[in-house]
Design a protein around this ligand. Structure first.
Ligand SMILES: [Zn+2]
Length: 569
């Protein structure tokens, strides 16, 4: 029976409204408990003058599966960077934008993160994702499953058969052992199979006679019918195109009247850095983050994440195949596209974000503007959309930028004047505090995923004993002035504790337990399932390259599963 007492830390636990109180955190058998009676076997950590937070949670990152591997294949140069030799307990690491599986787990843990969700799993390739999940040490995982361009989805939406759509989602989550509904450029992935794209929310998808707007609202209704723990998770149409902020706001408006089936948002819109763009072309390109933040300030049915741009190398990867093709043409760089049979598409483009290239400078500002102009800190999550905006190892840089207007000013001196003229960033004085950062790096991620009742993102009794202790004293450090100290502290936590076990001490991995995998098992009425399966059997016979019986991910592919039940009736 292992017991641990973390004494006198300054605790930031927003889900339990604890804002920097000096408290003890007690741990027994891998869970947080109200109290423990000290015995000679109890380990005690003196955390006075240190910050204690729940383990970090990342609701949107690309850590495993076919796209990540396309990125690795395309970037042999990347695997020559970030080399870390094996130690007695760790396996060798390599890579920066697309690190190997071991590095994914160790580096997240070294930043104080204990739970990470992969944001795009095609059902057909889910087995591969789970094989890699099994290889990524320490962190707990889950995955969002692509539904936005699937034939079955578009047909059910066209027939206005939301029950059948819900049955397909339930089946797809079970087939992929996935957690939630991801939608990427709805309709566009399928259109790309015919060399086309959709030009907006109300454009008809070729051959399917449905619009992106209908796909999004249909999936949102089905998502709520199923009472899924997470809302729909959306990569908007026209992402990566100047002027797309109008589509982004129009998309949020579409969903204003949908009632969530639980206490959470109706839609999570991801990587706002690429969605809040004004202008009509690259010449008059500008930020419209203020318009998006204005909308968020008046509506609580939407949450977003930053997808913050980090200057330097990135490997962009997304199910938005046509967008990636456009990117590759624009940048005259190498690219790859993938087609996932009846389900979706994908594209991978390695690139560099360069300072003083005003388009990149403006994109860098957009993510920060959205985070700083949106009043409710719970509404905007800190991400870099790893590795699309940049690798996740740069989160401490983003934290420092959010906490320090001075740091932002210092950074802006290195960027183009057009960035100052075409964004509002230089006029923003807001500086986030430690509580805001705890919200944006763990509490809000767990809340929007529906994981707080499953032990994540907080330090209340019975939560998983995932705890991070940072070497920084909020009484002595003025984050606005001493931003370098802040960045350093978040880069190298004193301790990361996973399920009550020390996995990191002072930046060194000390244990490598295997993580769990969350997935959602949703039930639907038998008659809906029967109608669905009749359709699916036909599709598999006619169009799929594999048999239905070989398609489902078997349980033995899923390491340490945690199955969350959902379902309508
Ligand atoms: Zn993403």
């Amino acid at each position: 029976m292992s017991e641990l007492l973390i004494k006198n830390g300054r605790v930031f636990d927003p889900i339990n409204s604890i804002n920097g109180d000096i408290m003890d955190i007690a741990i027994k058998n891998g869970k947080i408990v109200d109290d423990i009676s000290l015995s000679p076997d109890t380990k005690v950590i003196d955390a006075s003058s240190m910050i204690v937070m729940p383990g970090g949670v990342d609701a949107h990152s690309h850590i495993a599966g076919s796209k990540v591997n396309s990125g690795r294949i395309m970037c042999p140069n990347d695997s020559r960077s970030g080399i870390e030799k094996r130690t007695k307990i760790t396996r060798p690491c390599s890579g920066y934008t697309v690190p190997n599986t071991f590095a994914m787990g160790y580096r997240y843990a070294k930043l104080g993160y204990t739970t990470v969700f992969e944001a795009a799993i095609p059902i057909l390739h889910a087995r591969h994702t789970h094989e890699e999940f099994g290889d990524i040490p320490i962190i707990d995982k889950g995955g969002l499953v692509l539904f936005g361009s699937n034939w079955q989805v578009m047909e059910a939406v066209r027939e206005n058969d939301i029950e059948k759509l819900a049955a397909y989602i339930a089946w797809g989550l079970s087939a992929s052992r996935g957690y939630g509904v991801k939608i990427v450029n709805p309709g566009g992935g399928e259109a790309w199979g015919f060399g086309k794209n959709v030009s907006g929310l109300h454009d008809t998808v070729p051959n399917f006679d449905v619009t992106p707007a209908e796909i999004i609202t249909g999936l949102a209704k089905a998502n709520e019918m199923l009472h899924l723990p997470h809302s729909i998770h959306l990569h908007c149409n026209l992402l990566g195109k100047p002027g797309n902020y109008k589509t982004t706001i129009e998309t949020m408006k579409l969903l204003e009247n949908i009632k969530p089936s639980m206490d959470r948002q109706v839609v999570h819109i991801t990587h706002m850095t690429f969605n809040a763009w004004g202008g009509t072309n690259w010449g008059d390109f500008e930020s419209k983050a203020d318009a998006v933040a204005d909308y968020l300030n008046q509506h609580d049915h939407v949450t977003v994440d930053m997808g913050q741009l980090i200057f330097g190398n990135a490997t962009t990867m997304t199910a938005d195949g046509p967008m990636q093709y456009a990117n590759a043409r624009l940048l005259a760089t190498k690219w790859t596209n993938g087609d996932v049979e009846l389900e979706d598409a994908s594209g991978v483009v390695p690139l560099s974000y360069i300072r003083k290239m005003y388009i990149h400078d403006i994109m860098w500002a957009v993510g920060l503007e959205v985070a700083l102009l949106t009043k409710n800190p719970w509404q905007v999550l800190l991400t870099t959309d790893h590795p699309n905006g940049g690798p996740f190892v740069n989160y401490p840089e983003v934290i420092a930028l959010l906490m320090s207007a001075r740091k932002r000013e210092e950074e802006m001196l290195k960027l183009s004047n057009k960035m100052r003229d075409r964004t509002t960033l230089s006029g923003i004085e807001r500086e986030l505090d430690w509580y805001d950062i705890a919200i944006k790096t763990r509490a809000s991620h767990a809340k929007i995923l529906g994981l707080t009742d499953h032990g994540k993102g907080h330090l209340g009794a019975y939560a998983d004993a995932d705890v991070t202790i940072y070497h920084i004293n909020p009484d002595q450090v003025d984050a606005g002035r001493e931003h370098a100290t802040v960045k350093k502290a978040f880069e190298k936590p004193a301790y990361t504790i996973k399920d009550g076990e020390f996995v990191v001490r002072n930046g060194e991995i000390t244990a490598t337990p295997e993580g769990r995998t969350f997935w959602v098992n949703a039930s639907v009425p038998e008659e809906d399932n029967t109608r669905l399966m009749k359709d699916l059997r036909l599709k598999f016979r006619k169009y799929y390259s594999i048999n239905l019986a070989n398609y489902m991910v078997q349980d033995n592919y899923v390491k340490h599963p945690v199955v969350i039940k959902a379902g309508g009736s």
